[in-house]
Design a protein around this ligand. Structure first.
Ligand SMILES: [Fe+2]
Ligand SMILES: [Fe+2]
Length: 499
């Protein structure tokens, strides 16, 4: 059989031109055959799909030539880490399939993890580093007979495990059987940095009860390089190392926005007060003395991983909310660029009256998100030419409250920006919405946002009128302030800063 396979390997139909792996069509032919054989032998068979994360942005950033080069490197790594009896194919684009005859899902998982390890462990990986969206590898595995009894079912289930990995944060490999359990622990990627290999091994051994994927670095420079390539969930690091010591690595990682949320535990035999202070100063999250107790190490790693996952989760929610916010602009044709301009006006005014950093931040985020609730308003009302009927106005006036509810789960992160979202249509005389607040009970940041919002509405074209000049807009706003609807002092300051 293997001889047979080798004979046809060299014909174009079954070999992928670019990578030299088997082609998609060969995969479609061979999987049912392998499945038949597994059934006859009563032996297990596993199928893994491997997909490169962030490959499309890599292709865009570095061009297709580099992209092809990367695909070939990955294919080589796959080929070098599988057995002769395993069948590696290029399934499509940046996705690979590996058929593992006579192999349980657990055994297949360890081969896949070995591939991931070799792919990103090397310091001198021959492709450029994409820092914002690093290239990593996600995988999904399903097996006969446990998960599936036909080739089609096996493909569907391995694909399902892979898509769950993609949804839940990439850069992992799931077994189908475990992926359906939503409560499954995420597999943590842990980087261990020490110039003594035996120390790394003893830490890995101590961490064995955890579900983790290990990365190793033997000095500080190598650690930095690996962190750039393969964002680990946690770093355990020695202090005294050649090239760059642990303090310096820690300082650099904590200074960089892209890596500062990765928890770092310094493991060391240095035991003076001075050393501990130094550790705290460079931003280490924890400090462990050698020789350490296994249980203590595991407990600290677990608690820092919990914090890390919570942050990851919030970050994903945040991305969703900000992309929603930009979707609104696309929905409402009269407000293209509105959020950005409003944010800028609000910041001008906020700076003018000397707001502190936290309040300015609330204006910045609140400005971007203030109309997010319009996602819940029908487009027919948002884009209606001419004046709105009272019932339609009631619908549109729900947007601050809808937006507030969308963003509420992020209250820790958004802080006073939530007040901006909820109260940017309140009026000082109590005629605003949604809560009809009056005077100073309307938060200052919301009063500022109201001014920025109104000014932008007046100075841009609307369905029912063309834009007003700056002078006319300011005149209307001053009238409103005199009538008691807008904050007079803020309007005056705004006129100064904009004039
Ligand atoms: Fe609004
Ligand atoms: Fe607005």
């Amino acid at each position: 059989m293997i001889q047979d396979r080798e004979r046809i390997y060299f014909t174009r139909f079954i070999v992928d031109d670019l990578t030299g792996l088997f082609s998609h069509s060969y995969f479609q032919q061979i999987l049912p055959q392998e499945m038949k054989r597994a059934k006859a032998d009563l032996s297990p068979l596993s199928l893994a799909f491997l997909n490169l994360d962030n490959f499309s942005s890599y292709n865009l950033g570095y061009g297709y030539f580099q992209g092809d080069y990367l695909l070939r490197s990955v294919s080589d790594t796959i080929r070098q880490n599988i057995r002769k009896s395993d069948i590696a194919c290029r399934y499509k684009g940046d996705e690979f399939a590996v058929i593992f005859p006579r192999t349980s899902s657990q055994q297949a998982l360890s081969v896949v993890n070995q591939i991931r390890f070799f792919l990103f462990q090397g310091v001198d990986a021959p492709w450029p580093i994409q820092e914002k969206q690093p290239i990593t590898l996600s995988g999904g595995i399903a097996s006969f007979p446990d998960d599936a009894t036909s080739a089609d079912e096996l493909i569907a289930k391995a694909q399902r495990a892979l898509s769950l990995v993609k949804i839940r944060g990439k850069n992992q490999c799931y077994l189908f059987a475990e992926s359906s359990n939503l409560l499954q622990d995420r597999q943590a990627t842990i980087l261990i940095v020490d110039d003594m290999k035996c120390n790394i091994l003893s830490i890995e051994e101590a961490l064995a009860p955890l579900n983790f994927f290990p990365l190793r670095a033997y000095d500080g420079m190598q650690a930095l390089s690996i962190v750039k390539r393969q964002r680990p969930d946690l770093i355990l690091m020695d202090i005294m190392m050649p090239n760059l010591n642990g303090y310096e690595v820690c300082r650099r990682l904590k200074e960089d926005d892209k890596t500062r949320l990765i928890p770092i535990i310094l493991i060391t035999s240095l035991n003076t007060l001075q050393d501990k202070i130094m550790g705290i100063e460079v931003g280490a999250d924890d400090y462990l003395l050698k020789p350490f107790e296994k249980e203590e190490l595991i407990a600290r790693v677990k608690s820092l991983l919990r914090v890390k996952y919570l942050n990851d989760h919030l970050e994903r929610q945040e991305n969703v909310i900000f992309s929603l916010a930009s979707a609104i602009e696309a929905k409402d044709k009269y407000t293209l660029g509105h959020t950005e301009r409003v944010t800028n006006y609000a910041l001008l005014l906020g700076n003018r009256i000397g707001l502190d950093e936290a309040a300015l931040n609330a204006l910045k985020i609140g400005g971007l998100l203030h109309d997010i609730g319009k996602i819940g308003i029908p487009e027919s009302i948002l884009n209606k030419p001419g004046p709105l009927a009272p019932s339609e106005r009631t619908v549109i006036q729900k947007h601050p409250e809808i937006g507030f509810n969308i963003c509420l789960p992020l209250k820790e992160r958004l802080g006073d920006a939530l007040l901006v979202i909820r109260h940017h249509h309140e009026k000082l005389d109590g005629t605003g919405y949604p809560d009809g607040l009056q005077g100073k009970s309307i938060p200052l940041v919301a009063r500022i946002m109201a001014i920025a919002d109104i000014y932008d509405a007046l100075t841009t074209d609307r369905s029912y009128r063309t834009r007003l000049t700056r002078e006319d807009a300011l005149r209307i706003m001053k009238d409103e302030a005199e009538r008691g609807a807008l904050d007079q002092e803020l309007v005056r300051q705004f006129e100064d800063v904009i004039g």
